[in-house]
Design a protein around this ligand. Structure first.
Ligand SMILES: Cc1cc2nc3c(=O)[nH]c(=O)nc-3n(C[C@H](O)[C@H](O)[C@H](O)COP(=O)(O)O)c2cc1C
Length: 278
């Protein structure tokens, strides 16, 4: 190990340190059966397909990148305005805009695979068959290290009730994805349920390798002067908003260190430049 390696941290007064562990502690964690080099991941939808951030940060420092949710076919999402900043965070009603699984594989995966960090693909569907089909298309694609299943989506065949709010449907989606996947499967739970452990146990029974907590909380911003809602309310999805963002800086992230083997997704916090820099 060359002694000057510590200068990569950029300090001018740094002493030369012989023991690499003193400055580069082992931060590896296991997310189910997937081992990542450090616990920091980007939450789906807040980081695009990673390339958008290449000039803002060193992408290689991430433990893993979780990409924007991918559906079977491209989706245009909701018309703007679809995000609004509030005093305690940001509300969003994107409507799951994405390029679809085929374009994701042909246009985005080469770049992502070249980053040499685990790429976890967030997937979403309107039916069990769609979840299965997307997973099958991702099987064997170089660079895909894991699948994160967004179950906060309406099951169109069952009257539009979100998969994630019904434990048996959540288990069924998990099973369908597990049967078709050749990489570890993480299931992302919705907080908008009355008993989240029940859903967690259901997806565990369905074969999930790990769970991801949590998807967007339902929220709404209201201008007290005008009594206007700050997000469009003509569409049902517009109420699916996050009310507060928990991780903005190193101190916030440190709070999670007390939990062993826990990954951290930097989520809406990524919209602050300071968070990216830290
Ligand atoms: C603009 C935006 C887009 C998002 N898109 C997705 C998505 O495609 N799939 C998904 O599972 N979660 C998506 N999310 C949810 C985030 O990954 C995260 O779970 C949520 O924002 C809660 O974390 P926070 O309170 O720190 O923001 C999105 C969130 C935002 C703000």
């Amino acid at each position: 190990m060359p002694k000057w390696s510590c200068l990569q941290w950029g300090g001018t007064d740094m002493e030369f340190i012989d023991n690499r562990e003193d400055i580069f502690p082992d931060l590896r964690v296991n997310i189910g059966s997937l081992e990542i080099a450090n616990p920091v991941m980007t939450a789906s939808g807040t980081f695009g397909y990673a390339r958008e951030f290449e000039n803002l940060m060193n992408l290689h420092r991430l433990g893993a990148v979780i990409v924007k949710g991918i559906s079977l076919h491209p989706r245009p999402g909701n018309p703007p305005p679809r995000i609004v900043e509030t005093a305690c965070g940001m509300l969003n009603a994107i409507g799951l805009q994405n390029v679809g699984v085929d374009r994701f594989i042909s246009e985005k995966m080469d770049y992502l695979a070249g980053l040499n960090i685990p790429v976890i693909v967030n997937i979403l569907g309107d039916s069990l068959a769609e979840y299965r089909e997307i997973t099958e298309r991702l099987a064997g694609v170089p660079g895909v290290a894991g699948i994160e299943v967004n179950i906060s989506c309406p099951n169109v065949k069952k009257g539009g009730v979100a998969f994630g709010t019904d434990p048996s449907m959540a288990a069924a989606v998990t099973k369908a994805v597990k049967e078709s996947a050749d990489v570890p499967v993480m299931v992302k739970l919705s907080p908008n349920v009355s008993d989240i452990p029940l859903v967690a146990r259901a997806v565990e029974d369905g074969g999930a390798d790990s769970i991801s907590l949590i998807n967007t909380l339902i929220g709404m911003a209201i201008d007290l002067k005008t009594r206007d809602r700050s997000v469009p309310t003509t569409k049902k999805q517009c109420c699916l908003c996050n009310v507060c963002s928990l991780i903005f800086n190193r101190r916030d992230a440190s709070c999670y260190k007390v939990i062993d083997q826990t990954g951290i997704q930097i989520r809406s916090g990524l919209y602050r430049f300071e968070t990216i820099r830290q």
